[in-house]
Design a protein around this ligand. Structure first.
Ligand code: AMP
Ligand code: GLY
Length: 441
């Protein structure tokens, strides 16, 4: 498998699971994507005794230590389908929303290939804000009140008559950049002009939402029609700098073991949000068959949906999947085939992970800086944006690496992660030093 060094299995309060490479036999899996999320998926698949060979398209330097990287773009549906047919892939697992929105699941299924992920039509729960809002309204799923517009003047008149801040969301996939929290009329005017006059993201509408407050968290579930299998809750850190300052990013770190969520909160979110959404999609004739990600907020009026995603979160996946004790191949295969699963078993320890990003990210940044010391790190290192040349790993993206550890509690996991990060040498990386701060306030 081209292994240069084995990544250590994660240690949590109840202990990590041993991996025996010699016991791997059988299935061939193709993972679509090339970030930290896909590295964590590949890593979990490597723990399955049924999986013999893993391909990852396009993959990255770290994934290449555990799988065969395939130089195909994640939206090259025809190329990926031809690859899967030619290489007798038993199961394909989709990471990015772009692949789902490009119709990869529909195309694979039509070719008789087994694939884990939602159809293009069902992916609307993420790709169209208006679809998601209408669904929640129709089925009584708690979320912020909203109104949607295609006309700039009408949108501006509506926003002007309401209190600020105003939440403006472009109705389509916008790579995480389609949400503006406007603090005053000037900002709102600029954002609306950008979205509805200049069409910076495309021809979509704009959803204007009530502004909610409270801590956010991510609730990921495996969903097969009405069957909803919850994963441990996690919290992302979207802002670039300590103290939740600076611009919004794809996520600078995450952890499990949320101190602000009670068992009752979790039960409410599971039943009244995730299960209801899954049933609603069945009722709409768009059954889900993959991951449903609830981006939720614990507001003073209860838990509400900020957004749904139709895929694993990144960086949430990197802290959630290391806790999975069940065989992930069985889960992916069961959901892809529509067969009921045994309830997945999770380690009840905690995990914490910190993202190392290129200086300048999420704005302009340079690539190509050498990274050293990775093989000395005694924690899980997931590669997010790396490539390899002449045996040297170098930076090749905005978010570059994520270092993840378990621990007996969050303080222990946090101490371990930051100690291990100091072993990594690179001239162009920065990271937040306060991941999971809410647990220590
Ligand atoms: P989204 O892409 O919909 O997750 O929005 C990005 C971020 O904007 C969220 O993670 C929240 O921090 C913030 N946000 C979105 N909607 C609201 C809302 N209705 N009220 C307050 N903040 C929001
Ligand atoms: N962590 C945010 C996302 O995956 O959308």
């Amino acid at each position: 498998m081209g292994l240069v060094y084995p990544l250590p299995s994660i240690k949590t309060a109840s202990g990590g699971k041993e991996i025996h490479l010699e016991s791997l036999l059988g299935k061939t899996v193709l993972v679509i994507g090339g970030g930290g999320r896909e590295h964590a998926i590949v890593d979990a698949l490597r723990r399955s005794p049924q999986v013999e060979k893993i391909y990852c398209a396009p993959g990255n330097a770290g994934i290449g230590l555990q799988a065969f990287n395939v130089p195909l773009k994640d939206t090259d549906v025809e190329g990926l389908k031809a690859f899967a047919l030619e290489n007798e892939v038993d199961l394909t697992v989709v990471g990015p929303e772009a692949s789902l929105a490009a119709g990869i699941v529909d195309a694979f299924r039509a070719a008789g290939l087994k694939i884990f992920g939602h159809t293009k039509a069902a992916t609307a729960i993420e790709s169209s804000k208006e679809f998601a809002k209408k669904l929640m309204e129709k089925y009584g799923i708690p979320t912020a009140g909203y109104c949607s517009f295609s006309d700039y003047e009408e949108a501006l008149a509506y926003v002007s008559a309401r209190p600020f801040p105003a939440v403006l969301k472009y109705d389509g996939l916008a790579a995480g950049k389609g949400v503006v929290i406007a603090q005053d009329l000037d900002e709102a005017r600029k954002a609306l002009a950008d979205m509805l006059l200049d069409h910076s993201f495309g021809q979509g509408r704009v959803v204007v939402e009530d502004f909610l407050t409270g801590p956010e968290f991510s609730f990921l579930c495996f969903v097969d029609g009405e069957r909803v299998y919850p994963m441990p809750l996690s919290q992302d850190h979207k802002r670039a700098f300590d103290g939740d300052e600076g611009p919004n990013t794809g996520g600078m770190g995450a952890y499990t073991g949320l101190p602000f969520i009670t068992p009752e909160d979790r039960e409410f979110a599971y039943k009244e949000i995730l299960c209801k959404a899954a049933s609603a999609m069945v009722a709409e004739g768009l059954p889900l068959s993959g991951v449903l990600y609830g981006g939720l907020m614990k507001t003073p009026q209860g838990i509400k949906v900020i957004e749904f995603n139709a895929r694993f979160g990144d960086p949430e996946t990197e802290v959630v999947l290391p806790l999975l004790k069940s065989d992930i191949y069985d889960i992916f295969e069961g959901v892809a085939s529509g067969t009921p699963l045994e309830e997945p078993v999770w380690d009840n320890g905690v995990t914490l992970g910190v993202v190392l990003a290129s200086k300048g990210y999420p704005g302009h940044y340079e690539k190509g800086f050498d990274i050293s010391g990775l093989d000395t790190v005694d924690a899980q290192v997931y590669h997010m944006g790396t490539a390899v040349r002449d045996g040297h790993v170098f930076t090749n993206g905005g978010r570059v690496l994520m270092v993840v550890s378990g621990g007996k509690d969050l303080a222990d996991a946090r101490q371990k992660v930051y100690a291990e990060i100091r072993k990594i040498g690179c001239d162009n990386l920065f990271y937040r030093s306060d991941i999971a701060h809410i647990a220590f306030e």
